[in-house]
Design a protein. Sequence first.
Length: 533
Amino acid sequence: MINNDPDNHNDLTTIMENKFNDNELDRWLREHAEAPAPDGWDMPSEAVWTGLRTGLDARKKRRRFFLLLWFGLLAGLLGGIGFWQFQPEQPHLSTETSGSPLITEQKTNTLSAPISSEKSASPSAAATPADNDNPGTSPASGISGKTTTNHTQIAKSPTPEPVNTTTTRNSNSIQSTTVQTTAQVNTTPPPAATQTAGSGPKISGSLSIENKPQQPQVLQPGPTTGTLKNQDVIAPNVPALLPTLPAAPLVLLPIRQQAFHPEPIDLITPVEKMATPGQAGWYAGAVSGMFFTSRNLQTQTGQALNGTEAGTWTWQQGIQFGRTLNAHWAIESGLQRSSIQLQAERQIHFQYRTDREKFNADRYLYQSSTDQVVQTSFGEVEMWMDMGREPSRPILNLASVDIILRTNEQVNFLRIPVLLRYQAGKGPWQWSLNTGLGINLKSDYTLSLTAARANRPGVRDISARVQNRPDGLAPVMLDAQFGAGLQYRLAPNWALELSPQLRYGISSINRNSALKSYAISSGLQLGLNYTFH
């Protein structure tokens, strides 16, 4: 049994030093031990406090930086959404500004009447205003169901342009020949048709022309002029009394006339990456992100919390799945592992019991253990604490020792979100807004000790471990979620999403306590989704 009598203290110390003089750390501590402070606290040096203040200032700066970064990302996302959503639509109509007239191709559907010899002699005469008003039916077109192409050269000169044609294999190639586009007609011109004001040309006879497959015939050169007669090529089945077919007049489109163009094709964005709005279906994926967690503490009796608490960053991950209802609305849920973590500094009163002392030869100290209850934001936590003293610093039985503990306290949840989502976008980009509830089921609780100091000299090697879960920790906690998202479609079925979120507790983390704490977490989440079509 160890004797705590001060008279025998020197002898005991000498024996222990001779037996365990190989412990360099304990020997250094004994040689460099400072005198205790007047108030009884074993205060560390000023360098220790300077280091602590520097660490706290750096942590505050990091916290401020991440908070500004989060709000900057959120503001940029909302600004981009507003600029993208409310930009004016570009018109799909373009105006033709060319000063030159347009030459069109027209089809004649009716058989025109024969024209007078004066008009037949001038095939380059300009079209009348009545003809311009009705370009689909022109007096110059004489065959129903045929397509006539207007050429500028034919309209300018009565002499047709030379056309290169070929004869049979026995005949040579005839270059620069003109094709006479008239059918065989009677030498006696028909009587001129009388016209009245506002009326078109009258038809002197009616002909019925059938559209039959035509057999191109071999062109034979004329006896004197060297021209080719193509009555068999142009209309082999036309009767001999057809009028002369002059060149069709030009049909000019008015300047500045609007022409409709379809919506332009996006050649930059690949087709397979374009979104398909309005298609309902299921989607699922994995999510992960960093969240800054804290709590809002409320008390009804005025009871203050033991010590101080501060929030910190936690890593959260899980899976999500949803159902797209239409082009804009979707219902989303999932299963996530979330947590609320606090960094706390608490002061407790420890009663040292000499009857529970055990000598640790490896560490060269006496250890005493006892149960201790600590009040936290998650409820009352029961801990098993170990405290050691140096052999040269005796402590009386049941002596009170004030200890300050720095701890990391974390409660983990299985979270089931139920969200309503609104989304919109164009091409592979989409933005979304979501809101809903989160159901948090209690999973486990951890408490780790990071530092400790006592008000008695010679007291060191303090440790603590949690024996069970906090008393009063609620099994279910509800929170409200508000968030936004920016999504990019990587492939027809794959999409990458970046989503800032804010979660605020609407029910207390603990129960059966005068202190009510509501969880608060905000962060940035990254997800990869697969759409089932």
